[in-house]
Design a protein around this ligand. Sequence first.
Ligand SMILES: *Cc1c(COP(=O)(O)O)cnc(C)c1O
Length: 382
Amino acid sequence: MSGYDRIYLASPHMGGNEQKYINRAFETNWIAPLGENVDLFEQEIASYAGSNGALALSSGTAAIHLALILLGVGRDDVVFCSSLTFIASANPILYQGAIPVFIDSEPDTWNMSPSALRSAFELYAARKKLPKAVVVVNLYGQSADYNQIKDICDSYGVPIVEDAAESLGATYHGKRTGGFGKFGIFSFNGNKIITTSGGGMLVSDDTAALEKARFYSTQARDKAIHYQHSELGYNYRLSNVLAGIGRGQLEVLDERINKKREIFERYREQLQDIDSIRFMPEANGCTSTRWLTVMTIDPDATNKKTYELINYLQQYNIESRPVWKPLHMQPLFQNIDYFRYNELDVSQNLFYNGVCLPSDTNMTENTQDFVIDKIRAFFHQR
Ligand SMILES: *Cc1c(COP(=O)(O)O)cnc(C)c1O
């Protein structure tokens, strides 16, 4: 390992058949946001995720946006959302002029805390301002606790949008993520476990709702020969060329998941003697894809800081990052309601103490050993 090549958190990793499907689009001249690759990619994702249908879109963000539109989220409506996540989970709430309310994580999964969610519901029910939807995020390849979360949401009759952008292929009590809410969304951005360079998918058992989403995603064009529009639409479809990449990628998804889990195990085994390091837990009944290996530094066991580790690794051209900065801490969301786990702010602590490590399936064992060496050297320096 020279150390000159950058070592990434996650980079695109082609399987081999992507080019074949792209060529098919070229041969048939379907260089358009429709065609065979799009249709088949939708069917394949729906069947993989165990949903009745799927709609291929230009991004995961677009999928969340359409889900909120279909749930009737509009101006001044309230939407509950996980706080510990990428901004894309919540931006579509703002697109609709609605008001996000953020929910803390639980220590077991790092995902939405059912008890914090219950507190939020109790308060907003008392205010007679129930949310129109709850956006639940599956972080870093691990499912949220849907048995509990669904019970709470069902008891108030509020639908779930499952943000499974980071968890394609993860399971919760034997069922793959994406199908636990009224709508589920996936992302095929370049850093995700499989990629189309950019793209997303909306999945649901409600195929009529998906038809409506298809309508909104193609500029809401009325059924007429002339161009007529009665509703506001968007240009959100995935191109047939990119869907070809997705089809090739889906063929190697399970292989990628196995590799991600091997990468995690190697870190865990080779760093387990460092007392101040912990790893993201895998909750009972869940299989995480370990999209990213994430560790935390125990502040009671060492005075070493996450930023020092990140800067240290950077010297060797190794990419590492803090855990997502929680949305309730973002300048964009000042004065937004937030429900903590208990007196502890779990997501804030994870942000302060968490580091995402290179989890690139393109990485060789030698390269990972180089990263592990540098992490060990960091913790052993005085
Ligand atoms: C990547 C990601 C998204 C957005 O996906 P895009 O395809 O980049 O729009 C949404 N939510 C989470 C949690 C993500 O990690």
